[in-house]
Design a protein around this ligand. Sequence first.
Ligand code: AMP
Ligand code: MG
Length: 409
Amino acid sequence: MIELSEAKAFVLESIRVLEARDVALKDAGGCVVAQDVAAVEAVPGFDNSSMDGFALRSSDTVSGSARLAIVGRVHAGDVSTIRLESGQAMRIMTGAPLPAGADCVCMVEEAEVVGDSVVIPRHIGVGDFVRRSGDDIAVGQLLFSPGEVLNPASLAVLAGQGLSTLRVHPRPRVGVLSTGNELVSGAQELAAGQIRDLNRPLLLALLAGSGFAPVDLGTAEDGREAIAASLARGVDGCDAVVTTGGVSVGDVDFVKLVIAELGGDDARWMQVAIKPGKPFAFAVVGPRRVPLFGLPGNPVSTRVSFELFVRPALKKLAGHRVIERFSIDAVLDGDLDKPADAKVHLVHVNVAWGDDGRVHVVDTKRRGSHLLNAVARANAIAVVPEGSSHRRGDVVRVIVLDPDSLGAP
Ligand code: AMP
Ligand code: MG
């Protein structure tokens, strides 16, 4: 058996970041930037009003109030051809360009219209309620550098520069293959001894939920050739491949053999000191160094191995610098039983904010690695190391799978 940290280091050290390419902005959310982006356009592009109101000259209001002649109106999208003189005001809407001659805006709520003039009740300072050209972004300003992750607001900033593509590390395309003679997909009737394929929908959804592009490679029977053919297809068409089943010590556990063949010196079969998820095969294959992850077949093991090995590795492949999920120390609300077996236990649990402002593990009952139903209700995985106390009130590290489910403290 090898330590979790060693297994993980082996995987991560083998991963190379995917080569950058131009990607349409609409597809680039969550991707990692691979170029410097300097602003070519100022934002805002022109001085404009931040309020519906009246554009005027500040100097007309120095005595505290003023009655000004209304000489026109300008809406967002229009440009006034009138130059504002002293003693004049112009109706202006939010986002409309400030007319020439004006240097401030009085909001409509403060102004009182009397016939074709307007009474401004107080002194308005130069620049009041004016959004200056370049306030947000100045021409030449560095907007993004390599390594930054594009969030929705980043995409809006880039769109604000008139860009429609950007050089980023592409979203990894990840093939998912289930292996096992016993597997049946979809609603097909089950013959004796058959089971439905749970891991493929599980992994396809986990991948999509983490921002990767899942590719369904279907199922393969427990045979060397069938598995080799499916994996070859995956390596050709994908940036990474995840398989389940066939990596343990059973008679027909061929996946680990095929991964070893494909990976040569870069392949490794491991017995990791974790529960669940002990058997694990990994290799990088071919000139593109496509990572192959051979996960165990138990669905809960699949889930755990995905979180521990696959997700961080794919994050690295996609160019991310932060590759781990959000994790936090949580207080145990009950005793967590763990046999002294020299393994790190990964326990699906539920966490919630406590009245003390800390995160608590609210359920501490253990579950077997074939019990997926309980996993479906968990929002975190507790990482329970060997040799520490896990009694009620003790603290345990939890990987939070669904931070949104905690809401506000
Ligand atoms: P294996 O790792 O191939 O020895 O499989 C371990 C256990 O997981 C066995 O009980 C398999 O039937 C089960 N299993 C393997 N693949 C899947 C799958 N795709 N969906 C549900 N259970 C599976
Ligand atoms: Mg099997």
